[in-house]
Design a protein around this ligand. Structure first.
Ligand code: EPZ
Length: 422
């Protein structure tokens, strides 16, 4: 089983360059289905999830070439298949993003329903409601979501919850529909704007991305384009938290601070020092951090994907902090792991009360999901003694060269590759 062995307590300093955003790359790669291309995508991160999405697209008939600079060239001159393979979709729920563009291009799509994961059931009812609103006949068949339409007609759809994936899937489906689609209560994450900018650069007509109301004027076809995706705000936030705990200073480079507003504000509230220079944020924590309260919310609220990382910082703060997780129903799997390090945590429903302690002690831990895994590494870096984190394949889904980049800051992490039995 893949694991990381971390010797904690070393001060960390230096700079880290932020890669392209995983949660932009995945929907934008799926959106390549909307046109035969060729499409060139730049700043695509080297991640397991990106590799999985590439395999799903190739199974659908998309031709993919990656040049020496790491640019991705995607094309589908001979069309696309309508069915995504279960074996791949079951390993990565974001594969469900192909449903909207397949429906738009082929007027039919057959995609396995993504299962739940460690952080929640993660249904796709809002996605399917959106497809039906456009005129598709949607059903379930042997675990597959099936959608067919003679044609897609623009309409107004109100989302019960500002779902990121549903907003992206419906934006893609509506891009080639007849007429105008309005999404009300849309998600506002920067990755939504990035997807809209990409589709518009191909000739799409999307307005209002990044606001709660998005309008999509359907077009007949889209053209080739070269597009660079935005940097990863969650990767940036993860290294900012590390900087605040580092006993040194970490320069987070090539990020877009305005995408990390809530995270930066919370770090300031905790007493971290942040200096801003163009596209870099230098984060340091001269003294013990202060306790804070936070509640995860859809953007621009505090991101749920930063909750576990902040919990580590709060474990060591001088006082009592509170975290409320309002986005996912089961995103506290890391609490038990931190308690094993000596953290003083208690869960009440979707709230955790964190009483700061002077020290965390190294211990064997399990990475329970992608962001919790990153949080376990941070905990091991600031703890006394040795920490071993197992199931670190979760981390490789969303963080490129994580060990190398942290060791370059002065850390002592050894990585042992599993023999496949993740
Ligand atoms: C995206 O997931 C991200 N993944 C997640 O990042 C992120 O945590 C999440 O948005 C929230 O910001 C990608 O972009 C690939 P949602 P998504 O639909 O689209 C409920 C990471 O670590 N819901 O906004 O699945 C759902 O159950 C990952 O990079 C429905 O009820 O998130 C959840 O409680 C983890 N019905 C809430 O909405 C639906 O049809 C938020 O889900 C869809 C969602």
């Amino acid at each position: 089983m893949s694991r990381m062995v971390i010797d904690g307590g070393f001060p960390l300093s230096g700079s880290v360059r932020i890669n392209g955003a995983k949660n932009s790359a995945l929907p934008i790669m799926a959106a390549s289905i909307l046109c035969q291309g060729p499409i060139v995508l730049k700043n695509i991160p080297k991640l397991n999830d990106v590799e999985t999405m590439a395999k799903v697209l190739e199974a659908l008939g998309i031709k993919i070439q990656i040049n020496d600079c790491g640019d991705w060239k995607l094309s589908s001159f001979s069309g696309v298949n309508e069915e995504a393979p279960y074996e791949l979709v079951k390993t990565m729920r974001a594969s469900f993003f192909v449903m909207g563009p397949l429906l738009a291009r082929r007027k039919c799509a057959r995609v396995p329903l993504p299962g739940g994961c460690a952080i929640g059931v993660r249904p796709v009812n809002i996605h399917l409601k959106g497809f039906e609103a456009l005129g598709a006949r949607v059903g379930l068949d042997a675990g597959y979501a099936v959608a067919k339409a003679d044609k897609l007609i623009g309409t107004k759809v109100h989302f019960d919850f500002p779902s990121v994936g549903a907003t992206e899937n419906l934006m893609m489906a509506a891009t080639l529909a007849e007429g105008t689609t309005i999404i009300e209560n849309a998600a506002r994450e920067p990755e939504i704007e990035d997807l809209a900018d990409f589709i518009n650069s191909m000739g799409g007509k999307i307005k209002g991305a990044g606001t709660p109301t998005i309008s999509i004027d359907g077009v007949n076809e889209l053209g080739s384009v070269e597009y660079k995706i935005i940097p990863d705000r969650i990767e940036a936030g993860t290294f900012m938290v590390l900087g605040a705990l580092s006993k040194g200073a970490i320069s987070v480079e090539n990020c877009i601070p305005v995408h990390s507003g809530a995270v930066i504000e919370k770090l300031r509230e905790m007493g971290a020092c942040l200096d801003f220079q163009d596209s870099r944020v230098i984060v340091s924590g001269k003294k013990r951090l202060l306790p804070v309260e936070l509640k995860t919310l859809p953007f621009p609220g505090f991101p749920t994907d930063m909750q576990a990382q902040f919990m580590v910082a709060m474990c060591l703060a001088g006082g009592t902090s509170i975290i409320t997780e309002s986005v996912f129903e089961n995103r506290f799997m890391h609490v038990g792991e931190l308690i094993r390090m000596g953290a003083n945590l208690s869960i009440r429903d979707r709230t955790v009360v964190i009483k700061g302690v002077e020290k965390l002690k190294g211990a064997p831990l399990v990475a329970t999901d992608l962001r919790a895994g990153a949080a376990m590494v941070i905990a091991g870096l600031v703890a006394d003694g040795r920490t071993e984190v197992s199931k670190v394949h979760h981390i490789h889904r969303g963080y490129q060269n994580f060990v190398e980049r942290i060791n370059a800051l002065g850390a002592k992490i050894q990585y042992f590759d599993g023999d496949g039995d993740e």
